[in-house]
Design a protein around this ligand. Structure first.
Ligand SMILES: *Cc1c(COP(=O)(O)O)cnc(C)c1O
Length: 385
């Protein structure tokens, strides 16, 4: 199965698996419980928190795409991050990126405040800072590349090698790219995870997560915890996310084609101070992105001239873009990281991460790109009056 190309794996996941009726599309199994064959004679599934056929099909599909051993579907992306925290004890140290997803930052820093472990917030592109943090012999290094919302790149192979040298596990948040554009396990990481809420489901109608381990043993340990703490994903969400997955290769192509055009349009715009998109040759992470990713994705952010007042006028004047959190759906979304996705980060931490009041993030959708650009153009003009 895994010798197939990613687009084939995504489309064929679960197809023809119904031996009973020959249903082409895998059925959704909503049953919370499963009958034993007899006393002390269990079937593959017994209770849906522990295991469910629909969830299992979706988990296997992502594990195949990431080329890992074990896939675990969680109720949300944050549940996947929380699941990784189960590997830590109060004696352990964790390194997290200074510019990671606001929810991940909030989770790690607040659990650390309760004494569950020690957290070090590090700019992983600052070699000296990273080397110094690694001297603390962390148990886990969290990586997010490209980062949210500034699209900074981290050399996953390099960070993984340095982390493994001190005995740390490496977990990579691959939400921004999906397994089609980046496969962190092949770069050496031990764990990769996604918020399936974003590109994998792709239709903004599921909140979910998935985690894949390179090694079977670590996967089994985490699957045990997922059942123990009860954070496994629902069959219905798994069904929808599996359905979304089938068009991921096609959607990604259009997302990226549109994103490239939007980035080029924004790049030289008089209303804009800076554009952060790894596909632009002058982006500081462009070379790393070319090396470790298959393509550049469709997330970008930019600094508007005129500060927060200009941000408001821009948002008020957009008619196609929706002002909303989240990303990776077919529709174009726009957001203000400081007051939205990264509101869980104290203002000092935001400043340290480079998140300003003028920073705007966009998730480029798959509408006709001329409509996307026209919408931005009239709102950007209005913002500068
Ligand atoms: C959305 C997101 C998460 C959290 O996922 P939820 O499904 O919202 O819980 C984690 N990491 C990144 C990069 C995200 O964009």
């Amino acid at each position: 199965m895994t010798s197939k190309k990613p687009a084939t794996l995504a489309v064929r996941a679960g197809i023809n698996s119904d031996e009973h009726h020959g249903a082409v599309v895998p059925a959704i199994h909503l049953s919370s419980t499963y009958a034993l064959k007899g006393f002390k004679n269990k079937r593959q599934f017994d209770y849906s928190r522990t295991g469910n056929p629909t969830r299992s099909t979706f988990a296997q599909a992502i594990a195949d795409l990431e080329q890992g051993a074990v896939g675990i579907v969680t109720s949300t992306g944050m549940a996947a991050v929380h699941l990784i925290c189960q590997l830590l004890t109060s004696k352990d140290t964790v390194i997290i990126p200074h510019d990671c997803y606001g929810g991940s930052y909030r989770l790690f820093t607040h659990l650390a405040k309760r004494g569950l472990f020690t957290v070090l917030v590090v700019d992983q592109n600052d070699e000296q800072a990273l080397a110094q943090a690694l001297q603390q012999k962390p148990k886990l290094v969290l990586v997010e590349s490209p980062s949210n919302p500034l699209l900074r790149l981290v050399d996953i192979k390099k960070v993984t090698q340095a982390s493994h040298a001190v005995g740390a596990l490496v977990a990579v948040d691959n939400t921004f790219l999906s397994p089609l554009l980046q496969q962190p396990l092949l770069l050496g990481a031990d764990i990769v995870f996604h918020s399936t809420t974003k590109y994998i489901n792709g239709h903004s109608d599921v909140v979910g997560g998935v985690l894949v381990t390179k090694e079977k043993e670590l996967g089994e340990e985490l699957a045990w915890w997922a059942n123990c703490i009860g954070i496994t994903g629902s069959p219905f969400d798994s069904y929808l996310a599996l359905r979304g997955l089938k068009t991921l290769p096609l959607r990604m192509k259009q997302h990226q084609e549109n994103a490239n055009a939007v980035a080029k349009y924004l790049q030289n715009h008089a209303a804009i101070n800076a554009v952060y998109f790894p596909g632009l040759i002058d982006h500081p992470g462009h070379e790393i992105a070319k090396r470790q990713q298959k393509d550049f994705g469709a997330m970008m952010s930019f600094e508007i001239k005129g500060g927060v007042e200009a941000v408001k006028v821009l948002f008020d004047n957009l008619s196609l873009f929706t002002l909303a959190q989240s990303l990776g759906g077919v529709e174009s979304l726009i957001s203000h990281p400081s007051t939205m996705t990264h509101a869980g980060m104290e203002i000092e931490a935001q400043i340290a991460a480079g998140i300003t009041q003028s920073l705007i993030r966009i998730s480029v959708g798959i509408e006709d790109v001329s409509d996307i650009i026209n919408d931005l153009e009239q709102a950007l003009l209005a913002s500068q009056i």
